[in-house]
Design a protein around this ligand. Structure first.
Ligand code: NAP
Length: 291
């Protein structure tokens, strides 16, 4: 078994990005600028946004965080997004999800200018991705592609089972794994909560991408020997031995499954850091397109 080490790959990618940013700023150009909007006090969202801002600092990006109370109205939020859209000194904008219930997520995602949509959630980017046109890829699937590429995972002709069909992970991942490119050219099965007998699919998978949100649901008897597993799940479970009172686990029962895998991504240290690296790559790209 070999680990798909997202932590070390993300460090390597950040070093490359920093070198590029240093060379841009040394010629008098401004650094890429990412803006994050955080609403409310969801602890997981706080952690994700803090990690994104810290990573911007590490690579020399400018970053701005706008924090709002959960009582912000939808109209106020949309107005702020429009202001940022119009500001040519800003290259990337992300609005951390989930949003409070009174704010329409679709409206928010569609209001972000697709050229600044570094999360890759805007319908224009999703549509262009589906057609194989140049676009900003959704950050988590993009990070997973980078991970598969780094470890030269063979994907052509393989049976890839994606568990989960969310708009941000499962669904785009299934499109990307089936596209005529590398990584891709896999035969893809997409499973979800209405799938009957999930194991009958996962047992026949050469590659499994689990994006469900159920702690350790994928067990050893559900996979075949030699499988490649990408575990997207990021679940907090109680752990009295930790200062925080919890620890992070994936959707895969890592300890029971690992010995059957040829490759497996750990949680933490797999897809999480790759999502942030992909976000930085997307921001650098939108910056370059806007030059
Ligand atoms: P989501 O929107 O809740 O989607 C979960 C998907 O899993 C849905 O499509 C759901 O099916 C499916 N599902 C639920 N129960 C199932 C079951 N028993 N068998 C098969 N499929 C089942 O979640 P998400 O946003 O995609 O996130 C999934 C996980 O990845 C979460 O743990 C999240 O925290 C994590 N995540 C991590 C990163 C990262 O950077 N590491 C990024 C994004 C998400 P239905 O469509 O039928 O409801």
């Amino acid at each position: 078994m070999q680990l798909l080490d997202g932590k070390s790959l993300s460090t390597k990618l950040k070093t490359h990005i920093k070198t590029e940013v240093d060379s841009l700023t040394s010629t008098g150009k401004r650094a890429p600028h990412l803006v994050a909007i955080l609403i409310g006090a969801n602890p997981a969202s706080e952690t994700y946004v803090a990690a994104k801002i810290k990573s911007c600092e590490e690579v020399g990006f400018q970053s701005t965080l706008y924090r709002y109370d959960a009582s912000i109205t939808e109209a106020e939020l949309l107005q702020k997004i429009n202001e940022i859209n119009a500001d040519s000194s800003i290259d990337g904008l992300l609005v951390q999800l989930p949003l409070p219930k009174h704010i329409n997520e679709t409206k928010v995602v569609e209001t972000v200018d697709y050229r600044k949509d570094v999360d890759g959630f805007h319908p224009t980017n999703i549509g262009r991705m589906a057609k194989g046109l140049p676009c900003t890829l959704p950050a988590t699937p993009y990070g997973i592609l980078k991970l598969l590429e780094e470890y030269k995972i063979e994907t052509a002709g393989k049976h890839c089972v994606v568990i989960g069909r969310s708009h941000i992970v499962g669904s785009p991942m299934s499109i990307l794994m089936a596209r005529n490119d590398y990584p891709g050219n896999a035969t893809v099965t997409i499973c979800h909560s209405k799938t009957k007998d999930l194991s009958s699919f996962t047992r026949n998978a050469d590659i499994i991408i689990a994006a469900v949100g159920i702690p350790q649901m994928l067990k050893a008897d559900m996979v075949k020997d030699g499988v490649v597993i990408v575990d997207v799940g990021t679940n907090r479970i109680e752990d009295a031995t930790k200062k925080s009172g919890f620890r992070l686990v994936g959707d895969v029962d890592f300890d029971s499954v690992k010995d059957k895998c040829s490759y497996i991504s750990p949680v933490p240290g797999g897809v999480g850091p790759m999502t942030i690296a992909a976000l930085l790559l997307n921001t650098l790209d939108t910056y370059k397109r806007g030059e």
